[in-house]
Design a protein around this ligand. Structure first.
Ligand code: BGC
Length: 762
């Protein structure tokens, strides 16, 4: 009896604790007057080690309907085993699970909800590489802003974007998710994404936390094959690959995602130079690091250890949150008990996640991102759709326009053929819901806009030669494969009497993206066959090219009079295509990734090295010089290239002085004239070549760009200010320096065909 009396108070105390009395849960009152640090210190002091480890766990659940509160994930949240969830469907489910976290877990810590909102939430924008081709960071910022506005009504407060991986190899299917091959432009785009998503106030109910990915070097996968090893010198990494990640950190990105690849024979998710020396120490990143999907678990396949060992390695490198694998949740406690991991280290990881939740305002109002009412107003609002369409028109690159076939001339009959002419599902490319919402496919849009013109359609070709590829990559499963010679004959018949033929070719949406590497970038024979047959009619041929990556068009290009590359343009891709085809919008975009002639040229990029045996420009095969015996070195369409309905002429490059010291500046200028009778906007590009330096320089590097509006016949002087910052590079000691000497300053409307002047840094 006496014993009973002794333990009674303890039992009562435990009972109320387990019931989660308010004084144990996080409450709004508790926040008032406290700094973030005080609040989180207080919270951490009440958390068990298991609860702290729970915060480091990020499972993913698609559907938890019909009753989210009864789901398996709800039980885990109740037990404090979950810090966040990603890619979960439905705002009602998200709200229900948030209620479980806040009202039914012991401490009431809200969960963070992440999703791959990568080029739009519902209103879809072009794939990020397409948007980069506008050379207009403000477009990216606007798209990110709208994505935030929309996603934050659906429960999402954390997006797995931007992807800033530099890609020089079009075989890599994820090229489409980044800005292309250039670190200077890529850095500007990276900052714009972060600004757009996060705004000025992360705690507002219409901003979300960005997560820059994939750290690091994921885009340099060997052979362009997804997840493949990456190996390069640290100097190369610093000079060509890491800058856009750094730019995101400078822009204040809240979180960083690791990458699947290895680097220097170590998985990036457990690479201490990348994750500690560079990310934390050199760049001062203060937010939290999440693994990519099962990336910690995959370290076992990489062959560097068992579950415990790889968890320890990733954790010690500062990977704070484990996506999907449940490796931290099952091994950290053992590692802690065996003394391999200290409580202070777990506190540190947990603190970063709690800080993110605090910054997002989740402790103040855990439901602020579940707002269906606001959703009804903002999702697909007229203004958002208008912006999506404008941004799409500014991402389309005109690759060829012989005889000014475009814009389309007055016609009685327009024929549209090709496997991608009538598939709405192929208009959007990236991630979650954006796919299904575009109102029209290309044929329908043309029919609607060209009233009084007969717009006819015939499919004309299968998407691929190979049945398996066709089946796996056609989004329209009912339309899989028809007999090629029957459909091509039908197309021949249908185009009779047409004034122009639009041929929609390229890739379906699922032929690029994650896990969609390609070893053949040429158009398949079935598509080429259609193109050649159409060309034989003698009518003007306009290719509308859908693609998520540069394609190798050497064998297709001769059969097209015009090629308009439209990537995957988002919700109103079709409207935007017709805007450009018809001339309502004059195309301005320029490529941000080189288009090879043939796949064998990959990897191919404009900022390459000279070699000791460089090929003379424009020369054909020369033995014992760095070239191929069967194809020229030059790509079909270089970085920075893109035509317009206007035509521009560039004058000579002039420098206001030919010498500069480390603190000085020089102004480079060029006269650009619109020599056509169409008003337009030209993207003027500045490139610099360091002629001699301590490590081999690339032949040129983008160092500036301007969009300049020029009326028909108008000339403008376009100026760039050059300071020594633009002349710097990482030397072999990884110091960022400018070395005195001569620099070629080049200005052009493309990375080829440049005009030069020479500048000396004293
Ligand atoms: C991708 C990431 C993505 C994550 C979550 C991974 O497979 O590499 O880019 O954010 O899945 O969906």
């Amino acid at each position: 009896m006496r014993t009973y009396l002794y333990i009674l108070p303890f039992l009562l105390f435990s009972f109320f604790s387990v019931q989660g009395k308010d004084n144990f849960r996080v409450s709004f009152d508790e926040l008032s007057g406290k700094s973030k640090k005080e609040f989180i210190d207080g919270l951490l002091s009440r958390m068990t080690i298991e609860e702290k480890i729970g915060q480091l766990n990020l499972p993913g659940y698609g559907n938890v309907e019909p009753d989210a509160k009864k789901s398996d994930i709800a039980s885990r949240i109740r037990r404090g085993e979950v810090g966040g969830i990603f890619n979960i469907n439905g705002v009602k489910s998200i709200r229900a699970l948030q209620e479980v976290a806040v009202k039914e877990s012991r401490l009431g810590i809200p969960i963070i909800i992440g999703a791959d909102v990568c080029s739009g939430y519902k209103t879809g924008f072009p794939i990020p590489m397409g948007m980069a081709c506008s050379f207009k960071p403000e477009n990216v910022e606007k798209a990110a802003r709208i994505s935030s506005e929309e996603a934050t009504t659906g429960g999402v407060c954390w997006t797995y974007s931007p992807m800033v991986d530099i890609s020089r190899d079009a075989r890599w299917g994820r090229s489409r998710e980044g800005a292309g091959e250039d670190p200077f432009l890529g850095s500007d785009m990276a900052k714009a994404w972060v600004r757009g998503y996060q705004g000025d106030d992360l705690s507002a109910n219409n901003t979300m936390m960005a997560c820059v990915k994939h750290f690091a070097l994921y885009g340099a996968a060997e052979s362009g094959r997804d997840y493949n090893p990456v190996d390069m010198s640290r100097v190369t990494a610093m000079n060509y690959y890491l800058e856009p990640y750094k730019a995101s950190i400078e822009a204040g990105v809240g979180s960083v995602m690791t990458s699947f690849n290895e680097f220097e024979n170590v998985p990036a998710t457990g690479h201490s130079w990348l994750l500690k020396d560079i990310l934390r120490d050199a760049w001062g990143f203060k937010g939290f690091v999440v693994s990519d999907y099962t990336a910690i678990q995959e370290m076992v396949n990489h062959g560097v250890g068992d579950k415990g060992a790889v968890s320890l390695q990733a954790f010690k490198c500062g990977v704070n949150m484990d996506m999907i694998a449940d490796f931290y949740s099952s091994s950290l406690i053992g590692l802690y008990k065996s003394g391999k991991v200290m409580e202070a280290e777990i506190d540190n990881a947990c603190r970063r996640i709690l800080e993110a939740k605090f910054d997002l305002g989740l402790f103040h109002n855990p439901y602020q991102y579940c707002d269906e009412e606001r959703g009804e107003k903002v999702i697909f609002s007229e203004a958002n759709l208008r912006e999506a369409r404008r941004i799409a028109t500014e991402s389309y690159v005109l690759l060829k326009n012989d005889g000014d076939v475009l814009p389309l001339k007055a016609a009685k009959k327009i024929a549209v053929v090709g496997p991608l002419a009538d598939t709405k599902a192929n208009m959007c490319g990236s991630w979650i819901d954006v796919k299904t919402n575009q109102p029209y496919g290309l044929v329908e849009e043309l029919q609607n806009r060209y009233k009084g013109v007969e717009v006819v359609y015939s499919r004309g070709a299968n998407l691929a030669d190979d049945e398996k590829i066709e089946f796996n990559f056609t989004d329209n499963k009912n339309n899989v494969r028809k007999l090629q010679d029957l459909i091509i004959k039908d197309a021949e018949k249908v185009v009779e009497g047409a004034d122009a033929i639009i041929v929609a070719l390229g890739e379906s949406a699922s032929m690029s993206g994650e896990g969609a590497s390609r070893a053949i970038l040429e158009l398949p024979e079935t598509q080429l066959d259609l193109l050649r047959t159409m060309k034989a009619t003698g009518k003007p041929i306009v290719v509308v090219l859908f693609t998520g990556r540069p394609l190798a068009l050497q064998n297709a290009e001769p059969y097209a009079d015009a090629i308009l590359n439209v990537w995957m343009g988002g919700t109103d891709a079709a409207g935007a295509i017709v805007d450009v085809l018809g001339g309502a919008v004059n195309p301005t975009a320029k490529l941000t990734m080189t288009f090879p002639r043939v796949t064998g040229q990959c990897p191919i990029y404009y900022n390459h090295k000279n070699t000791g045996r460089p090929m003379a420009e424009g020369a054909w095969f020369t033995r014992y010089v760095s070239n191929y015996i069967d194809v020229v070195n030059e790509p079909l369409y270089p970085f920075g290239f893109g035509l317009s309905y206007s035509k521009y002429e560039y004058g000579e490059v002039a420098l206001d002085k030919s010498e500069m010291n480390e603190n000085g500046t020089v102004t480079a200028s060029v006269k650009v004239t619109n020599v056509s009778d169409v008003d337009g906007e030209e993207i003027v590009q500045l490139y610099i070549h360091d002629k001699i330096r301590s490590i081999t320089p690339p032949v040129k590097e983008l160092k500036g760009y301007r969009r300049v509006a020029l009326k028909a016949g108008e000339s403008k002087i376009v100026q760039f200010t050059i300071d020594s910052q633009l002349l710097k590079f990482y030397n072999s000691e990884l110091q960022f320096v400018a070395e005195p000497g001569e620099f070629e300053v080049m200005i052009s409307g493309s990375s080829d065909n440049v005009k030069k002047a020479v500048l000396t840094l004293k």
